[in-house]
Design a protein around this ligand. Structure first.
Ligand code: ADP
Ligand code: MG
Ligand code: ZN
Length: 415
């Protein structure tokens, strides 16, 4: 059997494993079950692709989106790996070819949609194959706590009953406590190991300050630390985006607005300028940022609260991709908490959904009000415990003696 490192070098062309990849892979090669929680871009795919090539038989990968499957299959095929995808985009004849290859043991990896996997026909086909492992990618889809619940994922519980000897690996970037627990329970990963790693962004300095006059506070922050830098300022509403962008422009900044109410062409032009020029400050709603990969964003400022710790982590994570020092700065006030609470109460969501949103908001308030290292609080939320105080957040740098009155808001909101 080829060693994982040999496969990494020769098939994938990478010199070494990253983070916990080596540990996860050796655990899978040995036939263990695993739940892998790593942020986007950390390299979760290799955690099942390498074991797929080390172990005998075909690896069956469940993935929720046809586009994701096609990308992965195209990339693997280019590397000479025998991979295919079965989903609704396949014709009857194409599917028949793939099924024949499966029976003949001619595939290393098969990507399949969850609803397809659980059909009686497909399960009996699997009975005739030697299976290396099952990988459940984007495993948060199994949980209502995740942001992308898909009922078809629930049926994947049957894999464990039907193929008890086949190792299973579930992977996701959404790793808060309830989601983790839900995934492990619903997929029957009870005895599996949990690998959590890579959420820390040590070059980002976290700061959360009591909101007084947010615009003035932002201006002082920018003047003191970020003249000539690129950054993003997040606001809750479109109106506020326009107001703040206009105001920063008056103060001499190259500030541009971005929100879903702007014309598509304006949005594209502003995004282009942000990516291309130096020192553009993008003032935006959360409509901005998905898929933006600008390495030298030096700060992300929040003038309003994000809706959860996941959102905070994702939005602040757009800063400092180049590894150089970057700031995550947020102004936090009582009125924001009340506003978000009302938002949730008056939304059309189900009671369960509202309860989940309230708890997520409470977890965010926990970060705002903590007197402990902010990074510790953030990492613990994502399941990484045991980190020492970071020395690179406001609490570590300027310890405070006591709270202000915001604890009241937290109580008012608690469920
Ligand atoms: P995730 O699913 O965790 O978001 P991916 O599996 O898509 O991440 O990997 C992200 C990128 O990192 C890919 O381009 C992948 O080839 C690259 N990558 C992953 N592991 C390694 C490694 N050990 N060495 C070099 N590049 C890697
Ligand atoms: Mg992935
Ligand atoms: Zn700290």
């Amino acid at each position: 059997m080829a060693s994982p490192l040999h496969i990494l070098n020769t098939v994938f062309g990478f010199p070494g494993f990253r983070g916990q990849q080596a540990e996860v892979i050796s655990h899978m090669v040995d036939g263990g079950d695993a739940l892998v929680l790593m942020p986007t871009g950390a390299g979760k795919s290799l955690c099942y692709q390498v074991p797929a090539l080390c172990r005998d038989g075909i690896a069956v990968v469940v993935s929720p989106l046809i586009a994701l499957m096609q990308n992965q299959v195209a990339a693997l095929t280019q590397l000479g790996v025998r991979a295919a995808a079965l989903n609704s985009a396949r014709s009857f004849d194409e599917a028949a070819v793939i099924e024949r290859q499966m029976r003949a043991g001619e595939l290393d990896l098969l990507y399949v949609a969850p609803e397809r996997l659980v059909t009686p026909g497909f399960l009996s086909l699997l009975d005739q194959c030697r299976i290396a492992l099952f990988a459940i990618d984007e495993a948060h889809c199994v949980s209502q706590w995740g942001h992308d619940f898909r009922p078809e994922y629930l049926q994947l519980a049957l894999l464990h009953e039907r193929f008890p000897a086949v190792p299973r690996i579930a992977l996701t970037a959404t790793a808060d406590g309830p989601t983790r627990k839900d995934i492990a329970e619903r997929l029957g990963l009870g005895d599996g190991r949990i690998f959590v790693a890579g959420f820390d962004r040590p070059n980002i300095r976290y700061r959360i300050t009591a909101k007084k006059n947010a615009k003035e506070q932002l201006l002082r922050f920018l003047e003191a630390e970020h003249s000539g830098d690129s950054g993003i300022v997040y606001c809750l509403s479109r109106a506020k985006v326009e107001e703040v962008a206009g105001w920063l422009t008056d103060k001499g900044y190259d500030a541009l607005p971005y929100h879903a109410g702007l014309d598509q062409s304006v949005r594209a032009a502003n995004q282009d300028r942000f990516l291309r020029d130096e020192a553009v400050v993008m003032v935006a709603t959360i409509a901005f940022g998905m898929g933006i990969d600008k390495p030298d964003v030096r700060f992300v400022a929040h003038l309003d609260l994000p809706k959860s710790l996941e959102s905070y982590y994702q939005e602040t994570g757009r800063a400092g991709r180049d590894g150089l020092p970057a700031n995550a700065w947020m102004a936090y006030g009582l009125e924001d908490v009340a506003k978000l609470g009302q938002f949730i109460a008056s939304s059309q969501a189900s009671d369960t959904q509202k309860r989940i949103e309230r708890q997520k908001l409470n977890a965010l308030l926990g970060l705002c009000e903590t007197t402990r290292c902010r990074r510790q609080v953030l990492l613990e939320y994502f399941g990484e415990s045991g980190a020492p105080p970071c020395g690179n957040c406001d609490i570590c740098l300027e310890p405070v003696a006591s709270f202000d009155g915001t604890e009241l808001a937290r109580k008012a909101l608690s469920c």
